[in-house]
Ligand binder design. Structure first.
Ligand code: MG
Ligand code: ZN
Length: 218
């Protein structure tokens, strides 16, 4: 059995939610009022990201210096090595922005991991957000993880798909994957909607469970 890992980034690969903290810092906290609207569905991810990006007035230098404080979740670097030695695809599936994901991955020598996300361009002392991925049937997400997983499955029909996440931006993905790892808001969502999942904290837990269930070897 071939396995592919499709994983959320913010709060999953990264220890803290970098997108939230970035917008919170550079909007002087003004983004906080948008979050409940987004969680309730009153605001789509695209509307929310565009509003948040308009609040950012900072140079690339200030933004990258801010990003230097963030760490990866425990066990992630070993997990990347394990995926490589198993020949397992590992893809970052994010509804955040590419520039901070790539910057943080590069700091840890992981810049070759594929990233599927929205796009953020640091220009003219601000941030411009664009949405390169189209969603056919979802008007809530920026890049819908459910649709990206379906696309992956069409290209790799024989591969078992493992999905890892922690929040509301992951909810469209949970019904499309063969095995779901969930924590925080995503775990609550899975419990509420009766969706099979494995509760996890770090990538040490993920790795152990995947080996126990025969998805990967040591
Ligand atoms: Mg997340
Ligand atoms: Zn969606």
């Amino acid at each position: 059995m071939r396995t592919a890992i499709l994983s959320d980034f913010d709060g999953t690969v990264s220890r803290r939610d970098i997108g939230y903290n970035l917008f919170h810092h550079f909007s002087q906290g003004r983004n906080a009022e948008l979050v409940p609207l987004w969680k309730s569905g009153a605001l789509s991810t695209r509307e929310c990201l565009l509003k948040e990006a308009a609040m950012v007035h900072a140079s690339p230098d200030e933004i990258f210096r801010f990003l230097d404080q963030f760490e990866l979740n425990r066990g992630f670097e070993d997990f990347v090595r394990q995926c490589r030695s198993n020949g397992t695809d590992l893809i970052i599936l994010s509804d955040g922005l590419d520039f901070y994901i790539k910057y943080v991955l590069e700091r840890f020598g992981l810049s070759d991991l594929p990233v599927i996300s929205n796009t953020g361009l640091l220009e003219n002392g601000g941030l411009t957000v664009t949405f390169p991925y189209d969603n056919q049937s979802c008007d809530r997400c920026g890049s819908c993880k459910g649709e990206r997983i379906r696309e992956y499955r069409q290209r790799h029909p024989e591969t078992a798909i493992v999905f890892i996440g922690d929040g509301y931006s992951d909810t469209c993905g949970v019904s499309e994957a063969d095995l779901v790892f969930a924590k925080k808001d995503l775990e609550q969502y899975c419990v509420l909607h009766n969706i099979d999942h494995v509760k996890y904290d770090t990538f040490i837990d993920v790795s152990r469970c995947l080996m126990e269930r025969g998805y990967m070897r040591d």
